[in-house]
Design a protein around this ligand. Structure first.
Ligand SMILES: Cc1cc2nc3c(=O)[nH]c(=O)nc-3n(C[C@H](O)[C@H](O)[C@H](O)COP(=O)(O)OP(=O)(O)OC[C@H]3O[C@@H](n4cnc5c(N)ncnc54)[C@H](O)[C@@H]3O)c2cc1C
Length: 438
């Protein structure tokens, strides 16, 4: 099945999962109808809860589901659709309060019906989730703390929503409908258990050993990892995995990194090249040879596949790692197609893989164009940032005939995407991997 067909199938499945529980409320005997706004507001609440519950599935890292889109798109969707779900759930009590102001006459908390208390907890958790997700960096919440609180708040929000619906006992007075919503909630939480317990259990039985720790230019360390007691997995160039270095795979500390090694290697070993950018990556150079690590992967669809007369790779900083895997793989496979790498770096001394790229230019039809933001005085190459002008300077027209791969800092990727649009390159011809999921 092509990626497009798989996308259509998953969109239909997604819509069914969102709409089905809502539509089942209308089956069988119905309670006496209420005014339009009350019913409308209830529909918003139910839809919001169904969308929120499905978020556990969207982030469950089901490779078959995420592959046609790419993980970054899935996480982007997760963020945007969450905002919609939260908006629906917040509008629900606002409408109810406007239509039934008597509901606002809150008794003592101890006297409040438990359906209302559950709604309060659900709503509070949702608002806390939005605030901490949107302003995590500003609030200086460490990533791992945020991740754990995000999961906890999501569980409280969904459980609170369900108990509110049952407590209110209007549509869910019917035991079959109540059972359906309980079953659905168990299914959603099961998706979370799958990614946090079942998958780590599986990974525990498939550990890796670090066989080499290689220092690279540009404050970057390459870890070479060998499967221990199993055959490992096969990845495609440009894909990535989740790495756990210290502790067991049950810990919430897995970080995503592209594979930088050749996909043509057959002994199961994989390499990741990791730049020191924060508290987790800072510890990577201290990794010892022989240390046990865990890998969950491969993921992503940032892979060379479509036929093209030329592959144009555009990398900024550590965004070069998936490109390195592509180039090494093409070299190992003796691929004769032309590859051109535009590689943006700060200065000459910090160019990760600089010498190896020079060596690879002799092994395949590869041309590397370095673009330096802070070049030495004698530098005669490209200066500043990769732009439409730089691309025009080095690429043969028609530009739409080539296949483009972009990976780097967000600002660079936005600029390149605009530059490609300027060169009339259709979106189907370029592929992007963003290193920011959150
Ligand atoms: C698909 C993908 C592939 C990547 N490949 C590479 C690579 O090959 N080499 C490389 O050096 N970097 C790569 N990165 C970036 C790398 O994952 C982050 O730099 C790293 O996780 C930062 O962690 P930290 O704790 O050191 O930094 P922090 O300062 O704690 O985090 C910096 C930012 O990284 C993100 N981040 C932190 N922890 C996680 C986590 N557990 N999961 C997801 N995001 C997190 C958050 O947005 C955070 O704000 C990749 C990212 C993605 C999404």
């Amino acid at each position: 099945m092509t990626y497009t067909m798989r996308r259509v199938v998953w969109v239909v499945v997604y819509l069914l999962f969102v709409l089905f529980p809502l539509l089942t409320l209308l089956l069988g005997s119905l309670p006496p109808a209420r005014d339009f706004w009350t019913e409308f507001s209830a529909a918003l609440g139910y839809s919001g809860l169904a969308i929120m519950g499905l978020q556990f599935g969207i982030t469950a890292r089901f490779r078959y589901v995420t592959e046609p889109w790419g993980e970054d798109i899935i996480y982007h969707f997760h963020r945007q659709i969450s905002l919609l779900a939260v908006a629906l759930v917040i509008v629900h009590p606002l409408i109810m309060a406007a239509v039934h102001p008597e509901l606002l006459e809150v008794p003592e908390l101890s006297e409040a019906p438990w359906g209302a208390v559950a709604a309060f907890f659900s709503l509070f958790s949702l608002i806390a989730m939005v605030v901490t997700a949107l302003w995590r960096a500003k609030l200086k919440i460490p990533y791992e703390v945020w991740h754990l609180s995000h999961i906890t708040l999501a569980l409280i929000a969904v459980a609170g929503g369900l108990f509110h619906m049952v407590g209110w006992s209007f549509y869910l007075a019917n035991p079959w409908k109540r059972a359906l919503w309980f079953g659905l909630t168990i299914f959603w939480v099961g998706l979370l258990l799958y990614v946090r317990i079942i998958k780590p259990l599986f990974m525990l039985r498939r550990p890796y050993r670090v066989t080499e720790v290689r220092e690279e230019r540009g404050d970057t360390t390459t870890l070479v990892m060998q499967p221990e007691g199993h055959d490992g997995f096969h990845f495609r160039t440009g894909q990535f995995g989740w790495l756990t270095v210290l502790g067991s795979p049950f810990k919430i500390t897995a970080h995503p990194f592209s594979f930088s090694s050749s996909a043509a290697v057959t002994d199961g070993s994989v390499e990741m090249s990791i730049r020191n950018l924060g508290d987790f990556t800072r510890e990577i150079p201290k990794t010892r040879v022989g240390q046990r690590v865990y890998l969950d992967g491969p993921y992503g669809s940032f892979t060379i596949g479509n036929p093209a007369n030329m592959h144009v790779l555009i990398a900024g900083g550590v965004g070069v790692t998936p490109m390195m895997s592509m180039i090494r793989t093409l070299a190992d496979r003796g691929d004769k197609r032309t590859v051109i790498l535009f590689y943006g770096s700060k200065d000459w001394d910090l160019i990760t893989f600089r010498e190896e790229l020079e060596a690879l230019e002799a092994r395949l039809d590869l041309k590397v164009i370095h673009v330096l933001a802070d070049p030495p005085a004698e530098w005669s190459g490209e200066r500043g940032f990769i732009s439409a002008d730089v691309l025009i300077q080095h690429l043969p027209a028609p530009y739409a005939a080539h296949e483009y791969f972009i990976c780097g800092p967000d600002a660079m990727m936005d600029a390149i995407e605009r530059a490609l649009a300027q060169l009339d390159v259709p979106m189907s011809k370029y592929h992007a991997e963003r290193y920011s999921f959150v």
